[in-house]
Design a protein around this ligand. Structure first.
Ligand code: IMP
Ligand code: MG
Length: 185
């Protein structure tokens, strides 16, 4: 195991199981959409989850990506959302969008993005997150599809990073506090 990981929180096998469940839920709910179903991954954290999820969904879906940043320290988000890569398509009114996110913390990123995409004219917008730190919520936001609710610990791997590191780990691990404790974050 990586020396900076205190413990494995979610194994590869468990991730596989919970992503299969999410794909089934999406298959069920969007089978009769009649519109363009768009999986919208939020870069970069969602890439691994998105890749697994899209392989398991059996109904026809399109994929796209947005990139956002929220200013703050490396282990806390601030809620000031900046769009670094926008969704550009003329037929957004024909789209049922499912935002695919790695983890929800304060809830501000997804709350903002749902509003933003509805304002842009999307027919519908729902949210799918691999992980949810429910206890950290600062705004009244409830995702539609949740892989797993987790405790308030900083996790990395499976796309999630600390300072751009650990994204390639195949499991979700708890980062040793010593790794970020000394930086003051
Ligand atoms: P929110 O806007 O506060 O919900 O922030 C969500 C974003 O914060 C996620 O997309 C991640 O980029 C980041 N984040 C929150 N908690 C963690 C964590 O435990 N590990 C890695 N990134 C996290
Ligand atoms: Mg993120």
């Amino acid at each position: 195991m990586n020396k900076d990981i205190a413990r494995v929180m979610i194994t590869e096998e468990e991730l596989e199981t919970l992503i299969s469940r999410l794909a089934k839920e999406i298959d069920r709910d969007y089978a009769d959409s009649g519109r363009r179903v768009l999986l919208l991954g939020i870069l970069k954290g969602s890439v691994v989850f998105m890749g697994e999820l899209m392989k398991k969904i059996t109904i026809p879906v399109e994929i796209d990506f947005m990139k956002v940043s929220s200013y703050g320290s490396s282990t806390k988000s601030s809620g000031n959302i900046n769009i670094l890569l926008d969704l550009v398509r003329k037929d957004i009114d024909e789209c049922d969008i499912i935002i695919v996110e790695d983890i929800i913390d304060s809830g501000r990123t997804l709350m903002y993005l749902v509003e933003y995409l509805l304002h842009k004219g999307a027919n519908s917008v729902r949210t799918c997150t691999l992980l949810d730190k429910v206890s950290r919520r600062e705004v009244d936001f409830q995702p539609d599809y949740v892989g797993k609710v987790i405790e308030d610990e900083f996790v990395v791997g499976y796309g999630l990073d600390y300072d751009e590191k650990y994204r390639t780990l195949p499991y979700i691990g708890v980062l040793s506090p010593e790794v970020y404790g000394s930086t003051g974050n």
